[in-house]
Ligand binder design. Structure first.
Ligand code: TYD
Length: 139
């Protein structure tokens, strides 16, 4: 299955504190990891994202606190609430994604499949709808 979904990450439970990890060549990882970035110190009520990627795939993990990721395929919206460090949300390319409801001190880590490339972004929602409409014509 290639769609967006929650992936269970490895969790080593320990009374000294839990440990999770991601390895590029593990069977649960859907793409090769090219880049890692993280979002933090988000003021209350603020949103991030609000764009789509043409090629970039992502795995989004809440390292601390909680936040929501809203995915939109042009027809339906899906809201995922992330609050556990052992879940990763896989986001395939070609979906509009926004993030909101950040709790105080939340840390959002994003693994990406491509280098940062401004030309891979679609930042206009109407342009996104046209883009996916054209892509569906080509399939
Ligand atoms: P952006 O992805 O646009 O974040 P958001 O969609 O939440 O606003 O990134 C914000 C800025 O950070 C943008 O101007 C470019 C810069 N940036 C990098 O230089 N490298 C990166 O890997 C990322 C993700 C962003």
């Amino acid at each position: 299955m290639n769609g967006h979904r929650i992936i269970n990450l490895r969790k080593i439970a320990d009374k000294r504190g839990n440990l999770s990890f991601i390895e590029e060549n593990s069977e649960e990882m859907p793409f090769d990891i090219r880049r890692v970035y993280w979002i933090y110190d988000v003021p209350g009520g603020e949103k991030r994202g609000g764009h789509a990627f043409k090629e970039n795939e992502e795995l989004i993990v809440s390292l601390s606190g909680s936040f929501d990721v809203i995915l939109d395929d042009g027809r339906e919206k899906y809201r995922y609430s992330l609050s556990r460090s052992y879940y990763g949300l896989y986001v395939p390319k070609g979906l509009w994604r926004e993030m909101d409801n950040f709790s105080t001190n939340s840390v959002c880590m994003i693994l990406s499949s491509v280098d940062y490339d401004p030309s891979d972004y679609i930042r206009d929602y109407e342009e996104f709808l046209q883009y996916i409409g054209n892509r569906q014509h080509c399939l």
